[in-house]
Design a protein around this ligand. Structure first.
Ligand code: EPZ
Length: 420
């Protein structure tokens, strides 16, 4: 097992390039199996989650070839339709294969996704949407089994208790592309990753309208073709680097990003007194010695992203004043709080709210990573903390950040990956 050793208190400064978006790559790789022939994808990040998705595709019979962030997928050899427990249990995102398998092959067998540290993650909306398209769903020995002779278009309200669902929208939109007739998805997710998926599907020959809004209309087609496509940059990756440098009072330019996808973050940073400049494909921020406390409410896009909540929290632990963070997407997503308090933060929880009282300094300590974004927050805490921080279980980070410590070292971080 590996851990990070971080010597904190150094001001970071420099340029970082954002990687391709994990949460666009996964549903797009899944959707590529609906093509009649080979697909080539560019800007695919080298991540453990991508690797797991490719392991599942290979298990199903597809041929994949991945090098230099370019991925070739040939689905013609797919003969199996079961996504095994050992893969699905390590990556919930694999559920986005359900819609494409049912659409192309009329059958799919999926291990029920288990528990998750960020809180309950039911898939009722996924199943509701697919049933509306005519899929027969049963539950056998912990597996979801879906069967359908011919998908039929339908009107589907996909809103849940916490608003829209990203991957439920992805699954239903994919299935609807090969269904008979028209499908209207109401309360669809508007995330940039959903727009990127829709653009990919349209390039394959799908008829989709309204992506990026809460009403998506899909006119079914007979078949889709393999294509060449470049996925969007990762807005969460970009936001993480910006907060990593700001917490050290440094200066950074993130290139190869889409500032428009990060309006909510930039708005809150300006409210905290941070100076930001951006162009078409870059964001430049100048750190300050002091910043103000601000309140955050996480919401589905274009609201403040839940995947930046932990990183923003650690930034606010050193703010002037008291910030209140309300987690409205995953109300229990606060597993990082205990570990941040070990670094000297002053955070208390009240249901789905975290009250963050700003402190003067953080201090190095031994902490443990628990999930992808919480781990990134601990690295940010270690970069700001005086002294040395040890972060164990960093395999969580490798699931979603490409070359994390290399990129941070490039802007001056003292971070090392060592054996436990
Ligand atoms: C996607 O997960 C992302 N994962 C998550 O990123 C991200 O946190 C989340 O969207 C929200 O932005 C990928 O894209 C692979 P949801 P997803 O369905 O689609 C409830 C990361 O760190 N819900 O939009 O699984 C659900 O419990 C990961 O990169 C239902 O009630 O999230 C949650 O409270 C973590 N029933 C809310 O909706 C359902 O059937 C939003 O979840 C589905 C979801």
């Amino acid at each position: 097992m590996e851990k990070f050793l971080i010597e904190g208190g150094y001001r970071l400064d420099g340029v970082v390039k954002s990687s391709g978006a994990k949460n666009a790559a996964l549903p797009i790789i899944a959707a590529s199996i609906m093509g009649e022939d080979r697909t080539i994808l560019h800007n695919i990040p080298v991540l453990k989650d991508v690797d797991t998705m490719l392991k599942i595709l290979t298990f199903l019979g597809a041929k994949v070839n991945f090098s230099n962030n370019t991925l070739e997928i040939d689905p013609s050899g797919i003969k199996k339709f079961t996504a095994p427990y050992e893969y699905v249990s390590t990556m919930r995102g694999s559920i986005c294969l359900l819609g494409p398998l049912l659409a192309k092959y009329g059958k799919a067998r999926f291990s029920m996704p288990g528990g998750c540290v960020i809180g309950p993650r039911p898939i009722d909306l996924h199943l509701k949407g697919l049933k509306k398209l005519g899929v027969e769903i049963t539950n056998e020995e912990g597996y979801i089994v879906g069967k359908v002779r011919k998908l039929k278009g339908s009107k589907i309200f996909l809103g849940g208790n916490f608003g829209s669902s990203v991957l439920a929208t992805a699954n239903v939109m994919c299935a609807a592309t090969l269904a008979e007739g028209e499908t209207i998805i109401e309360f669809a997710a508007c995330e940039p990753e959903i727009v990127d998926l829709a653009r990919f599907l349209k390039k394959m020959g799908a008829k989709i309208y309204g992506e990026g809004s809460h009403i998506v209309r899909v006119i079914g087609v007979k078949k889709l073709k393999g294509v060449e496509y470049t996925i969007i940059p990762d807005r969460i990756d970009t936001g993480t680097y910006i907060l990593a440098v700001l917490i050290t009072k440094g200066k950074i330019k993130v290139e190869n990003c889409i500032p428009f996808h990060l309006m909510a973050l930039m708005d809150k940073l300006e409210e905290a007194g941070i100076y930001i400049r951006h162009g078409e494909d870059y964001i430049e921020v100048e750190g300050a010695d002091k910043w103000k406390a601000v309140d955050i409410v996480t919401l589905p896009y274009p609201g403040f992203p839940t995947d930046l909540q932990a990183q923003m929290m650690v930034f606010l632990t050193l703010a002037d004043g008291i910030s209140v963070i309300t987690e409205k997407v995953f109300p229990e997503r606060f597993i990082h709080v205990g570990e941040l308090n070990r670094l000297g933060a002053n955070i208390t929880l009240d249901g789905s709210k975290a009250i963050v009282k700003g402190v003067k300094n953080l201090f190095g300590a031994r902490v443990m990573a628990s999930d992808l974004r919480a781990s990134a927050a601990l690295v940010l805490g270690g970069l700001a903390a005086e002294g040395e921080t040890h972060i164990s279980r960093i395999y969580h980070l490798d699931r979603g950040y490409e070359k994390f410590e290399e990129k941070l070292s490039k802007v001056g971080a003292r971070i090392k990956r060592v054996k436990e």
